[in-house]
Design a protein around this ligand. Structure first.
Ligand code: PMP
Length: 434
């Protein structure tokens, strides 16, 4: 079978740490709207959108036109040493959208590079290589970003160019502060931050990097206000705040354009990637001008902000605005969350259903307790696939099912996905309690 042969070739020529979903991994060959088709012609409703890269779905005419117009000019890329009109326009848009005063934008090809750049800016500006990050976080796969990543399952190396301390706050469900009220949880995390600053650092920390909602960490959502409370402490020490918006940007969280805005905080820098190009490789950092100017040597990304990616990204932002997709993310997300909570109320393998906008996590536990259940998550992935639905997986223990459908999701598709997931969760429960 062609599919089996491709899988064998993948395994032979690519590293084992490149994990693939499903017992029989999928090869996606087509996409339209919120649906994709595999090489065998099976159709799936996509509730993971390529880990949020296809923020608004597949085969969007306006984006296709913008890209093909660039292709028609015969120039996919020249060099970022020349002026690129769509790049300047995109930078202006993102600077304005950021809410950061005197903002400047630097483009990269990925979230990893965006975070590496932010780390370089902050450490250079503060002349310190000490960084704070959250436990259970994920920020990328290069030397600095692996070091700040708090999720050990994604830390490819334990060596580090930075001195990193991890604090509580991101993942409440499996923290010692789980059962506290929101206000007490925030107080406990602030106390932890103060303790780490006083006892585990040399006192001149450069920055704190946070995901407003932890993505790889299983769509873990801190209570609103946590980062405002953190910010007060950081300000006492002159520590910069960097918000990693790689998953939470572009209105996906529904009530705000950037995830950090739910906390009433304007960070010193934000990093972004994934959804901006709706499938094209683009990322970047938007930061206060003063911070961006910390670097005075030449520093260039060959492909970062190339004409093809920036033309596509401008079209994506237009589409997002013209169709008010942030509002749709709020609407469909609220519906999905409520539906899922109601449907799983008595499902004993569901420990928690949490979500904000179109980022919804289902924390799966072993029956009769709350031990993390990666086997339940694996099973739910197979069961949803069999029902024509793609979902994601995450969490420190690989036991969280993640939903992040394209922001163009319709009412009917929300119901369809909800029904398929509910049935998959129920059949997994039956299987595990037999
Ligand atoms: N930050 C976050 C929050 C992410 O989720 C990811 C990717 N999963 C990254 C950074 C790294 O992005 P990339 O894979 O594009 O390098």
């Amino acid at each position: 079978m062609a599919h089996a042969e491709l899988l064998a070739r993948h395994r032979a020529v690519m590293p084992a740490w490149l994990t693939l979903y499903y017992d029989e991994p999928i090869e996606i060959t087509r996409g339209s709207g919120r649906r994709v088709e595999d090489a065998e012609g099976r159709s799936y409703l996509d509730f993971f959108a390529g880990i949020l890269t296809n923020a608004i779905g597949y085969d969007i005419a306006e984006i296709n036109e913008a890209i093909t117009a660039q292709v028609a000019k015969g120039v996919l890329h020249t060099s970022t040493l020349y002026l690129i009109r769509s790049q300047v326009e995109l930078a202006e848009r993102i600077a304005r959208l950021s809410g950061i005063p005197d903002a400047k934008v630097f483009f990269t090809n990925s979230g990893t590079e965006a975070n590496e750049t932010a780390l370089m800016l902050a450490t250079q500006h503060r002349r310190s290589n000490q960084v704070l990050a959250l436990r259970n976080s994920y920020h990328g796969r290069a030397f600095g970003t692996v070091a700040i990543t708090g999720n050990r399952g994604w830390s490819a190396t334990s060596l580090s160019p930075l001195q990193v301390s991890h604090v509580h706050g991101g993942y409440r469900y499996r923290s010692p502060f789980r059962h506290l009220s929101d206000a007490d949880y925030v107080d406990a995390c602030v106390a932890d931050l103060r303790d780490v600053l006083a006892t585990a650092t040399a006192g001149d920390v450069a920055c704190m990097v946070v995901e407003p909602v932890q993505g790889v960490g299983g769509f873990a959502i801190p209570p609103r206000g946590l980062f405002a409370a953190f910010r007060e402490v950081l300000d006492e020490h002159g520590i910069l705040l960097v918000s990693d918006e790689v998953q939470t940007g572009w209105g996906r969280t529904g009530d705000h354009f950037w995830g950090i805005q739910a906390h009433g905080v304007v960070p010193d820098a934000m990093t972004f990637a994934k959804g901006l190009g709706n499938g094209l490789a683009i990322g970047g950092v938007v930061a206060r001008g003063e911070l961006m100017d910390a670097i005075t040597a030449h520093s260039l990304s060959t492909f970062g902000g190339n004409p093809l990616a920036t033309a596509g990204a401008v079209a994506m932002l237009d589409y997002l605005e013209n169709h008010d997709l942030q509002a749709n993310a709020a609407k469909q997300g609220t519906r999905l969350l409520a539906g899922l909570r109601a449907a799983t109320e008595r499902n004993e393998i569901v420990g928690e259903v949490r979500g904000v906008g179109l980022m919804i996590g289902v924390e799966l536990v072993e029956p009769g307790g709350d031990a993390p259940s990666p086997r339940a998550a694996a099973r739910v992935l197979e069961e949803t696939r069999a029902r024509g639905l793609l979902v994601g997986r995450g969490g420190l223990h690989g036991n969280v099912v993640r939903l992040a459908p394209p922001m163009t999701l319709t009412d009917d598709e929300t119901e369809e996905g909800l029904a398929a997931l509910t049935a998959a969760l129920e059949s997994t429960r039956q299987e595990m309690t037999r």
